[in-house]
Design a protein around this ligand. Structure first.
Ligand code: FMN
Length: 126
C-alpha cells in the first residue's frame, strides 16, 4: 500500500515519514501521474484552490480505482471545517474517510493508520 499526499507547510510530510511506508508526494509537477498500485491519500485541509492537485491525481487515468480511502489532516480549531478537504474527497469520489488527525499526528494516529492499512490489505488480498 502506498501513501499519496500533499503538504503546504510540512505537517503531512512529517506524519507520512512516521508511517515508514512507501509514499508519493504530490505537487504541480506530478499531479497527473498514473499509479498502478493500491494507495491511501492523506489530505491536509485548505481551500480547494490549494488542494486541487489531490483532485487532479484522483481523476488521472485509473488512479481512483486504486484509492482505498482518504485520511484528513487538519486543526480542530476550525470546528465544523475540521478536515473538510478529506470529507469532500470522500463524498465526491465515493471513497471511505478512514481517519482524521491534527497537524503531524500523534503516536496513536500512526498506530491507527497502520492498523487501517493492514485491515484494508487483508480485506483486499493485496
Ligand atoms: C490558511 C489555512 C487554512 C486552514 N484551514 C483549515 C480548515 O478549514 N480546517 C482544518 O481542519 N484545518 C485547516 N488548516 C490547518 C491545516 O490543514 C493543518 O495545519 C495541516 O496539518 C496542514 O498540513 P501541511 O503542513 O501538510 O500543509 C488551515 C491552515 C491554514 C494555514
Amino acid at each position: 500500500m502506498k501513501i499519496v499526499f500533499m503538504t503546504v507547510v510540512g505537517n503531512t510530510r512529517r506524519f507520512v515519514e512516521k508511517l515508514e511506508m512507501d509514499s508519493l508526494e504530490l505537487s504541480d509537477a506530478n499531479a497527473f501521474s498514473e499509479i498502478q498500485e493500491n494507495f491511501i491519500m492523506i489530505a491536509p485541509t485548505y481551500a480547494i484552490e490549494m488542494t486541487d492537485v489531490l483532485n487532479d491525481f484522483l481523476e488521472t487515468g485509473n488512479n481512483l480505482s486504486y484509492c482505498k480511502g482518504v485520511v484528513g489532516a487538519g486543526n480542530r480549531n476550525f470546528n465544523d471545517l475540521y478536515c473538510f478537504t478529506a470529507e469532500d474527497i470522500s463524498l465526491d469520489y465515493d471513497i471511505p474517510l478512514l481517519h482524521r488527525l491534527e497537524f503531524q499526528g500523534s503516536d496513536n494516529d500512526v498506530k491507527k493508520v497502520k492498523e487501517i492499512v493492514t485491515e484494508i490489505e487483508n480485506t483486499n488480498y493485496v
